[in-house]
Design a protein around this ligand. Sequence first.
Ligand code: PLP
Length: 434
Amino acid sequence: MNTHKGLILDETVKYHQDLQEERPFVPGTTEIWPAGAVLDEADRAALVEAAVDMRIAAGPSSRTFESRFARKLGHRKAHLTNSGSSANLLALSAFTSHLLEDRRLLPGDEVITVAAGFPTTVNPIIQNGLIPVFIDVELGTYNTTAARATAAIGPRTRAIMIAHALGNPFEVAEIAQLAEEHDLYLIEDNCDAVGSTYDGKLTGSFGDIATVSFYPAHHLSMGEGGCVLTSNLALARIVESLRDWGRDCWCEPGETNKCLKRFKYQMGTLPEGYDHKYIFSHIGYNLKATDIQAALGLSQLDKLDRFCEARRRNWKRLREGLDGVPHLVLPEATVRSDPSWFGFALTVDPDAPFTRAALVDFLEGRKIGTRRLFAGNLTRHPAYLNRPYRVVGELTNSDIITDQTFWIGVYPALTEEMLDYVIASVKEFVGAGS
Ligand SMILES: Cc1ncc(COP(=O)(O)O)c(C=O)c1O
C-alpha cells in the first residue's frame, strides 16, 4: 500500500479510537435508540479508503459485495441497489419483463400482500399497474398466514409479495408451496430479516426473488443501499437491465465488448450493428449504489453473524423480562422459525386501562425510543385512498396495529443495562412491579 494512504488509514483508525470516550449509561438521560447503524474502526477505514481511492461510482467493491452477499444468503446472484425500496421496485418489475413472454405480469394482474407493513413493499405493485390484494396479519407475529393467502387467490392472482415482519418470518415454506401449486411468483421482502430462518433455512431463499435494505436501521448498513437476490439467472439478467438504465448490454461501466458482438446486434427497429452498449430492452432506471457504499457493506458483512446473534440475545432478554406483564400482547416468533429480529413489537390491549399513546409518551420521556409498526393499515393512508385494490377478509388486526402497536429496539448497540431499564420502565408504567 502507498505510504501516504497507509498513514491516512492508520490515522483514521486512531481518530475513530479518539472518539470512543467512555459514556456511562444514565437512565432517563442516555438515548436508547430503537435502531441504528453499528459502525466500528474498520468501517470508518473502509469508507475512507474508498473515498481516497475516489471509487465514486459502482465498481469492483460493488461486484465483490454482490458475490459475497449472494453466497452468504445462498443465492447465485445479488444486485446492489441504492435502497431497499429500489430493490423492491426492481424485484417486482422484473416479472413484467417481455423476456418472460406469456409468464409476464400484465396490468390488472393481482399481487397478494399484507395491509400492515412498509409502503415500499406495496408501491411497486401499484407502480406497475398491478392490483394489490390486501390481507390481514396476526397480532403477536405481525405476519399473515398461508390460510389467509390461500383465501385471497382469485382468477387474476399472479404473485405474492410480502415482508417478513420485523425480522419474524411469515409461513414462508407453506406460502412458497402455495405459490408453486397456483403458479404464482413469490417475492420475499427480506429487508428486515437478514439471518432469520424458517425450518432451518434462511428467509429470502424460499421465493423466486428476495430483497434486502442496508439503511442504517437494518442488520447491515451502507448508509443507503439495498440488494436484489435470486438464483434464477434469467431474472437476474432482467433485474440488472432494469437497474442499469434498461440497457440490454451486460458489460460493467468501463468495460466494452465482453460479448465480442458489441457492433453485431440488430434489435427493435435499430440499424444493424447499433452499439449494444446503447440498446435498451427494458423501461429501466439507474438504481445502482456506489463503491463507497459497497466498501462499507463489505466491512459490515464481516460482522453480520455477530449482529444477528446480538439481535436474538437482546430480543430474548426483553421477552423474558416482560413475560407476564398484563395488558400487553408480547411478540412471538412464528412457529418453526428462528428470527434475526429487527425490533420488539408491543400491542396494548384495546381494553387496557391505559392507552398506547400514554405508554409511548412515558417511554419517550425516559429517552426510550419507539417506532410504529411502519404504516399500520396502509389502506388508511392518503396515498392509497383512491387506488384500485382488493381486500380479502377484514383488516381487523391491521387496524388494531394502527391504533395500538409500537416497537422498541433490539439492535446490537443496546446494552443489558439499557434493556433492563426498558423492561423496568414498561413494568413501572403498567404497574406490574419489577
Ligand atoms: C420491510 C421493508 N421493506 C422495504 C424497506 C425499504 O428499505 P429502504 O429504506 O432501504 O428503502 C424497509 C425499510 O425500512 C422495510 O422495513
